[in-house]
Every structure is written in structure tokens, then in C-alpha cells.
Design a protein around this ligand. Structure first.
Ligand code: SF4
Length: 723
């Protein structure tokens, strides 16, 4: 049975009938936001299929979308709340043990003994009681909250509200800190808005793509195929700048394989050529931007010959690329975490924005600067304020008028005014003993954050850890309380994809076991803490609250999102949404050129640690593998961890395909099988970070960008040994 769009927007409080049905929803994996149908039979999801009419996916899905259901039925799903009882506790009752984590020493799960099943009442009472107790005893900033780019907008908004209105702390952040924090900061500074400027459908009409730091066909497959189709069918040109010989290089007009971590240098080099040859858009620069003189002065220092020495990009290739980009009418810059995950991530993003403004390639269809957001709802989690310095809609917490508005709406006083801690800072403060209580929703930092051994120490140290998730992740093993959450198929809500499209997800089946949607759990905790303003019957009411408080979402309601969503800014009920930004002027008025000098990565190969390691994802898996490794087809294709190595390096070291080697950095070591490939350069290695048995983040460098606080995942120095 197909649900009509009209019927699907109503609160679905009734239990689905035990029949076969299909429900239109949005893919849970990447930021493309493809539309898919979930097929349910007798209360179980049995298939997922593409939506022919969806404006982004247009009847297509990648392999993850086609298989976005098996994990929902996994026997590993968390179905009841769990409370850890400690071996040395005099009393087995969690209620009589005020600081249960203190009773055991360090060590893994050593933090505690065994989990025991509990009822919701007991688990929620324990969580609210402990968090309130810590707030009173140690102050509001002894608590921290990690929200989730996999959860809905409504759930992220509620976690933000819980942290700020109930516990009076701004210590709330999520994994955007680890992927695109530098985009949010860099594009906000140059353009006034830290989001993708254009739309996925505009890829079809572009004349040129400059793709850098994005393995698009692996990470955003639907967008990758749009680029390839534009090249093959419409003759679009493609410039790829990447340290790895990625799939897109097969279709590239120009491929520039730079040394990892040298992006500011090559971008400045392109601008040097463009200005020197007077290929910049003089009128656009004069009318729409400021600080051209500053940019011109700085990029004088980056002639192509000097850039070649830093980046290893041949000078003549850089000159050709600069001319081609500047002289093409509709040119789109596309980038992702190869640009952002550096200690110079913010400078990298600002430099790309400079390049686009210099050539007039912003504010028109099929142009712009287009960061591809990774997680399905990382854009939305940022939009609704799961960030330590911003309320929803990027409204500053330091602005008294904004705080007053939220205080009136939420019926609270004294919302905290100082920016809170970021993800990376939170774990540091836990280790210093400053953060005592940590509440993590839908994240697995033990595998996803850099320098895992230090994250492990923090998880061992924190006094009270709450994990809310659909699976018992590696991080959840350290929890005091585990709250079982419903999957995306078991709840209503919205995700916002990479092109700012707010889209519905729709409930197809009942939550598994006793699990509950995240929004219900968070609202329950708020209410148990004595806060009355978290009483919702359906997520559409939370969206109404978001719209009332958030100008860029001002015109959004569940009715208006039918059938396929709207793109923000959408400030009023009549506004049709915005496919591309900065049309006649930038969000901040004039666009600002903010030039930067090249600074080397925090850690480069040396005599001892002589390889440059980069990490990332592969097509078949997703993040820490909690969903994709529980999907048989995906797990079969790539069952285990590997390190990519150039055959020339392997020959020198007498290493064979498939051989297990030890890879060590200054922070830890792993043992992993070798995959020989010319995708990586000689002297470089690449490890996907999905695999707990050889976790890449044991090796990565936690050094951060000083502004965006994003870690430098994309380069660290390692050595290898035969074992
Ligand atoms: Fe899902 Fe992304 Fe694949 Fe689309 S491209 S089906 S959103 S994983």
C-alpha cells in the first residue's frame, strides 16, 4: 500500500497494520539525502527501493541506499535500557550508589562490571537524578552533551534545549566538529553563510567542476555520478586536485596530485596566475567584494614555480588549471574533508572562497563553493544549534537579544552566555577531571575521534556516562546507562541534506523491543528534571518551535515539506526555498577576501616516521561500521581493514599483497593487511576508519585547527614494520 503524501504527514500514533506497506523516507547514510521507500511486512522492514520522483536521487540509490534496512532487524539492536552494576559496589542498586564509576579502577569495561536490564522508569530517573546532582555539586559546566548528525533535526534541537535550558551549559557539540567545522567558520567569514552555496541538480548544467579533497564517487555516490554524467554527456570539464588517484581522475581534464596538506599553496598559486594574467572578474570584485588589495598582495608570494616546490604540482599544470577555471562560465568548486580536516582547514576553506569570488563564480546557478557534508544530517544538526556557540539558525549565544528571545520562548532565565566546549575539548576536560558527566547520543567517539587511546582514557575517567544509541557501540561498553533508541525507520522527523534541503523521514514500523525515538527520551529526561516545556506529542510540534525561533527555517512546517522538502533559507510561510545562495549580494553584504599564507601540517614524515598517513571512508561502509558492517552484502564486499600502499614502496620493503604489517604513529599502533594500489603516492598510506579491529584513529593526530578546532585527520606521520 502506498501512503498518500497527505496521510503521511499526520502524526502516526496508531500501530501499523500487519500488512505489506511502503513508506517514503530519506536515506540514513550520506548527505546526498536520497529519497527511498522502505518496504515493511508484518512489522519488519524487508527492503528499500529508490523513489522515482525524488528531485535529488531521481530513481537512483547507491549500494548503501539499496541496503539501508538490514541493520534495522539486526539481533544486536538495543531493545531495553541497561544499567551497569559494579563488581565492588556494596550495593547492587544503582540508586544507592551516587557516583558509581568511582568504585572501580581504570581499564576497559573495567570501569564496571556488568550491564543489567532495567525498565525505562528506573533508567530515566537515574539519568536525570545524576545529571541534576552533578549540576548542583560541580556546576553546570561539569556536564557535556554530544549530539548526533545521524539523529533528526528535532532531536538535535531537543538535545540543545536540554543542555541549555535545563542544565544551563553550552557544552554541546557533535561530529560536525570532526568533519566540516572549518567549512562553517570559513564560509561564514567570507560569505556570511557556512553552507553549500548551490544545489545538486545544478551539477547537470555546470561547464566545469573543480573537485578537491572529495573522493566523490565513494563518499557521495549520487553526486559523483552527476559529475561523471556531466563530463561524459555534456562535455563539462573536470579539474581534480587530490593526493590520491581517485576514481574521478579517470574523467579529469586536469589532475593535480598535490602533497597532502599543501592546499593553501596551490589555491594561492592559481590566484597568482589569475591576477597576473588579468583573468579575474574585475567588475564582480569591485562591486561585490572587499579586500582585493590584501589578497593581491599576499598571493604575489605564490608564483607557480614556488608552489611546485611546496606541492609537487608541476607549474605548467597549475597555470592551465587556473586559466581553465577562470575562463569557464559556470564553474563549481566541490570539496569535502580532504580540505577541511587539517590544522589549516579554515584557511583552506577561506582560500577556496577567495578563488571563487575572484572569478565571479558565486551567486549564480551552477557555480559556487560546495562543501559536501558527510553524514545524513550533519547539516541539520548544525542548523538547529547542536554547537557550543550557536543557537539554531547560527544565532550567536553571545547576543543578548537572541538569548532573550530563547528565554521567553522556553520560559527560562539566565541561559548561559559563554561559548561551551567543542568535542575535542570535552574529552580533554574529562581527562583533567573538569567534566564529570557526559551524555552521548548516536555517536561512537572511541572509533571516530582522533587518537583513540586518549579518548579511551577519558571514557575510563568520566564519572557518569550515558549512551543513547541503536547498538552497543565500542563507546557504549564504557557507559553507566545505555538508553536504547529507535532507528530511522521507527520514527518521524526531518533530516537536512548537504544542499540545505529539509526532508521528511517517516515511521514505517514500531520501535524494536522497548526502544524509543531519541526525541521522546530527551523530552522525558527534561520533564523528569522538572522542566515543563518539553512536552511534545509529535516531532512536528518541535519543528514548529524551531521555525518560530529560527529565521532560516521560519517558513518550514511538516505540511510544507511534502513531498520532497524545501531548501533553506525559507524565512516565511510563502517563501519557496532557496536553491542557490548569495544571488545579488552575499549573506554578509560584501564578500570578504581573507587571504592566508601556507603553513605546513602539524606532523610531516621524518626519518623515523617516514610515511604520510591519510584516513577516510570507502563506498561500501559507513563511519564506524555499526550499520554497514551489520549489512551482509556490504560486509561481504569489504569484510575487514586494510592499508593502501604503493607497489613501489612494497617492493622496497619486500611486502606482499595481503600481508599483515604493523603501522605505528607517535600515539599508537595497529596490525593491518596491505592492499597494493597506485591510488596512493609513493611514501603515502591510506586507511579506512570503519574497522574496530584495526582502528585508524589509534594512529591519527589530535592537533586541531586553531579557529574551527577540527582535528588533522588527513595527515600524520607513521612507520611500518613487517611482523
Ligand atoms: Fe544514501 Fe548517500 Fe547512497 Fe544516496 S548516495 S543512497 S543518500 S548513501
Amino acid at each position: 500500500m502506498l501512503l498518500s503524501p497527505k496521510s503521511s504527514i499526520r502524526p502516526n500514533l496508531a500501530k501499523p497494520r500487519l500488512t505489506k506497506m511502503r513508506v517514503l523516507t530519506t536515506c540514513i547514510y550520506c548527505g546526498c539525502g536520497c529519497g527511498l521507500w522502505l518496504e515493511a511486512e508484518n512489522g519488519k522492514i524487508v527492503g528499500s527501493y529508490p523513489s522515482q520522483n525524488h528531485p535529488v536521487s531521481k530513481g537512483g540509490l547507491c549500494i548503501k541506499g539499496w541496503n539501508a534496512y538490514e541493520f534495522i532487524n539486526s539481533p544486536d539492536r538495543l531493545t531495553v535500557p541497561l544499567i551497569k552494576l559494579y563488581r565492588n559496589s556494596l550495593s547492587p542498586s544503582p540508586h544507592s550508589s551516587p557516583l558509581r564509576g568511582e568504585e572501580v579502577g581504570g581499564g576497559v569495561s573495567s570501569r564496571g562490571g556488568n550491564f543489567e536490564e532495567s525498565g525505562w522508569n528506573e533508567a530515566l530517573s537515574l539519568v536525570s537524578k545524576k545529571l541534576l546532582q552533578f549540576k548542583e555539586q560541580y556546576g553546570p559546566d561539569s556536564l557535556a552533551f554530544l549530539s548526533s548528525a545521524k539523529a533528526t533535526n528535532e532531536e538535535n534541537f531537543l538535545m540543545m534545549k536540554l543542555a541549555r535550558a535545563v542544565f544551563k551549559t553550552n557544552n554541546i557539540d557533535h561530529c560536525a566538529r570532526l568533519c566540516h567545522a572549518s567549512t562553517v567558520v570559513g564560509l561564514a567569514a567570507t560569505f556570511g553563510s557556512g553552507a553549500m552555496t548551490n544545489s545538486i541538480n545544478e551539477f547537470e548544467k555546470a561547464d566545469l567542476f573543480l573537485v578537491t579533497g572529495s573522493d566523490t564517487t565513494e563518499q557521495h555516490p549520487l553526486i559523483g555520478s552527476r559529475i561523471i554524467n556531466a563530463v561524459l554527456d555534456k562535455g563539462a570539464k573536470l579539474i581534480v586536485v587530490d593526493p590520491r588517484r581517485i576514481e574521478l581522475t579517470k574523467y579529469a581534464t586536469i589532475f593535480m596530485q598535490q602533497n597532502n596538506g599543501t592546499d593553501v599553496a596551490w589555491i594561492n598559486g592559481m590566484m597568482n596566475v589569475i591576477i597576473k594574467e588579468k583573468l579575474h572578474h574585475q567588475k564582480y570584485v569591485e562591486e561585490r567584494t572587499e579586500n582585493f588589495a590584501g589578497l593581491k598582495e599576499l598571493v604575489k608570494d605564490y608564483p607557480p614555480e614556488k608552489v611546485e616546490k611546496i606541492t609537487k604540482i608541476p607549474a605548467n599544470l597549475l597555470i592551465q588549471a587556473a586559466r581553465l577555471y577562470a575562463q569557464t562560465k559556470k564553474a563549481m568548486i566541490v570539496y569535502s574533508m580532504g580540505i577541511t580536516q587539517h590544522t589549516t582547514g579554515t584557511d583552506n576553506v577561506k582560500s577556496l572562497a577567495n578563488l571563487a569570488m575572484l572569478t565571479g563564480h558565486v551567486g549564480l546557478p551552477s557555480t559556487g563553493v560546495n562543501p559536501l557534508r558527510g553524514q545524513n544530517n550533519v547539516q541539520g544538526a548544525c542548523d538547529v544549534g547542536a554547537l557550543p556557540d550557536l543557537f539554531s539558525g547560527y544565532q550567536k549565544i553571545t547576543d543578548k537579544a537572541v538569548r532573550d528571545k530563547f528565554e521567553r520562548a522556553w520560559k527560562v532565565e539566565n541561559l548561559p552566555a559563554d561559548p561551551g566546549l567543542t568535542v575535542t575539548e570535552i574529552f580533554k576536560k574529562v581527562k583533567e577531571g573538569k567534566i564529570k558527566g557526559l551524555y552521548i547520543m548516536g555517536e561512537n567517539p572511541l572509533l571516530s575521534d582522533p587518537d583513540s587511546n586518549q579518548v579511551r582514557k577519558a571514557l575510563e575517567k568520566v564519572k557518569f556516562l550515558v549512551i543513547q544509541d541503536i547498538f552497543m557501540s565500542e563507546t557504549a561498553e564504557y557507559a553507566d546507562v545505555v538508553l536504547p533508541a529507535a532507528s530511522f525507520a521507527e520514527k518521524d522527523g526531518t533530516f537536512t541534506n548537504t544542499e540545505r534541503r529539509i526532508e521528511r523521514i517517516r515511521k514505517a514500523i514500531e520501535p524494536k523491543g522497548k526502544s524509543k525515538p531519541d526525541w521522546q527520551i530527551l523530552a522525558e529526561i527534561g520533564k523528569r528534571c522538572g522542566y515543563r516545556e518539553m512536552d511534545y506529542r509529535h516531532p512536528s510540534q518541535i519543528m514548529d518551535e524551531i521555525a518560530a525561533l529560527t529565521p532560516i527555517y521560519g517558513g518550514i512546517s511538516y505540511e510544507r515539506l511534502e513531498p520532497f522538502g524545501l531548501q533553506w533559507p525559507c524565512p516565511t510561510k510563502e517563501h519557496p526555498g532557496t536553491p542557490y545562495l548569495h544571488k545579488n549580494e552575499f549573506t554578509k553584504g560584501k564578500g570578504s577576501f581573507i587571504p592566508s599564507h601556507y603553513v605546513a601540517p602539524d606532523e610531516s614524515p621524518d626519518r623515523e616516521y617516514n610515511f604520510a598517513l591519510s584516513t577516510g571512508r570507502v563506498y561500501w561502509h559507513w563511519h564506524t561500521g555499526t550499520m554497514s558492517r551489520r549489512t551482509s552484502l556490504l560486509a561481504r564486499e569489504v569484510p575487514s581493514a586494510y592499508v593502501e600502499m604503493h607497489p613501489a614502496d612494497a617492493e622496497k620493503l619486500k611486502i606482499k599483497e595481503g600481508e599483515k604489517i604493523r603501522v605505528s604513529s607517535r600515539r599508537g599502533r595497529i596490525e593491518i593487511a596491505v592492499k597494493l594500489t597506485k591510488k596512493v603516492k609513493e611514501g603515502s598510506l591510506f586507511i579506512p576508519f570503519h574497522f574496530r579491529e584495526a582502528a585508524a584513529n589509534v594512529l591519527t593526530n589530535p592537533a586541531i585547527d586553531p579557529v574551527a578546532k577540527i582535528p588533522e585527520y588527513k595527515i600524520c606521520a607513521v612507520k611500518i614494520e613487517k611482523i
